[in-house]
Design a binder for this molecule. Structure first.
Ligand SMILES: [Zn+2]
Length: 276
């Protein structure tokens, strides 16, 4: 391993998400082996399931009124690779193919096993987190920022439930290098020119939410200088665990502000000084 590889490995390890709740750390892990190869889909049998309806983009008042989620009810036929190709702190990720929509997909399952990790509710909350993040990204895009600031998008997520009571998170498969900008504990780790914008986005969510949450754990795929598509952002709220296993609560918010330094984007948006 050469020095730059060592640095990259350290960077990856410190910037991984942190699982917050004690029960999450105690639950046993699935057995799996990562395999980066996309399988020959002709050799993979198809699975029938039901998918959650698209939730669409919500306004801030919609979020404040509370989101009502509809359980999976739309038929879907798909194929899932036998082994995952990637893993995060919470989930393992499989290549998949959606035969209904004819598109490559990413299917995610929780790494931990046990009833609390395979309930529809455990998967459905991810839709809520993603809807909140999408709303804040939309508001952020509409604000005046320094010229050349990229637009933020958030990958939508659906929940798929199968007859054997297996559940998956379903996302469109995005091919590209994933850039990690921050984790959920204040660690910033990116030399991307978009890094400052992403840290400002986290600060923006604190201000616009009236100091009730910080969207963090930011990673995404960059499309040139124009757009960053965020994958699986997390929320730190005032109550640890409220937005799932990666919600570190007030401690996570404090850690964000311990490391965050307002730059030109925060100043242009009037965020400077609006701290804890
Ligand atoms: Zn700031």
């Amino acid at each position: 391993m050469n020095p730059s590889d060592v640095e990259a490995a350290v960077c990856r390890s410190v910037s991984a998400s942190i699982i917050g709740t004690a029960f999450a750390m105690r639950a046993p892990l699935r057995t799996y082996k990562l395999d980066p190869i996309i399988p020959n889909w002709r050799l993979i049998s198809q699975t029938e399931g039901e998918k959650s309806p698209a939730i669409g983009i919500k306004s801030l008042p919609d979020l404040q009124a509370g989101l009502t989620l509809t359980p999976p009810s739309i038929p879907i036929t798909f194929k899932c690779a036998p082994n995952p190709f990637a893993e995060g702190s919470e989930c393992i990720v499989y290549h998949g193919y959606d035969l209904t929509s004819k598109r490559a997909i990413a299917l995610k399952r929780y790494k931990r096993v046990g009833a609390q990790f395979n309930s529809p509710a455990c998967y459905m909350y991810k839709i809520k987190v993603r809807a909140i993040c999408t709303t804040y990204a939309t508001l952020f895009n509409d604000k005046t920022k320094p010229p050349g600031s990229a637009r933020l998008e958030v990958t939508p997520v659906d929940v798929v439930s199968c007859p054997g009571q297996d559940h998956y998170l379903l996302e469109t498969f995005l091919d590209g290098k994933v850039e990690k900008y921050s984790n959920n504990a204040g660690v910033v780790c990116s030399e991307s020119p978009h890094s400052e914008l992403l840290q400002s986005f986290s600060h923006f969510t604190w201000v616009v939410s009236r100091k009730s949450l910080v969207i963090c754990d930011l990673q995404g795929i960059e499309s040139g200088s124009y757009c960053v598509t965020l994958i699986d952002p997390a929320i730190n709220s005032l109550s640890a665990g409220f937005y799932g296993q990666t919600d570190l609560g007030r401690k996570g918010i404090e850690r964000f502000f311990e490391t965050h330094q307002c730059g030109t984007v925060c100043r242009a948006m009037g965020l400077s000084g609006q701290l804890l």
